[in-house]
Write a new protein. Sequence first.
Length: 172
Amino acid sequence: MSELPETAESQGEAPPRVPVKIEEFCAALSMGLICCITFANVLVRYFTDVSFAFTEEFSIFLMVVLTLAGASAAFVRNQHIRMTFITERLPSGIARGVEFFVMLLSAVMFAVMAWYGSFLFWDDWQYDTTSPGIGIPQWIYTLWLPVLSAVILLRIIGRIVRLARDTTGSAS
């Protein structure tokens, strides 16, 4: 039987101040809406040979929200995607340094996404861009890229702070 991946709490690290339930709720709501929209579209298509025009557009938007909310929860729990083959074999001090470096690079990446995502949102707002499928304002969709990227950035910063406060020296 395989072991469950270690979380930040299982390593003796202090829990985050803002509960991860917020991201879990957003991800679950997004997944539920995707399922409902897709199921309704399948039923309507089956019985009428017509499909809802908005389903693809909303599903893609909700998938982006689901992905970013899941990424935020993963950073909080220290379960983000990474390759541990080498770092598991390093001395704890070096592994801790690698963890800090990875967190800093992740913070930079999500800061860049928030920064340029805000420009994308502003362009859609300023030029009244409408969505291709149903013609609603595109900024309704693009607003969430910089907002959720900033949330992930804050979660990463929180993780870095918790790593810095961890006196046991455990990192993975």
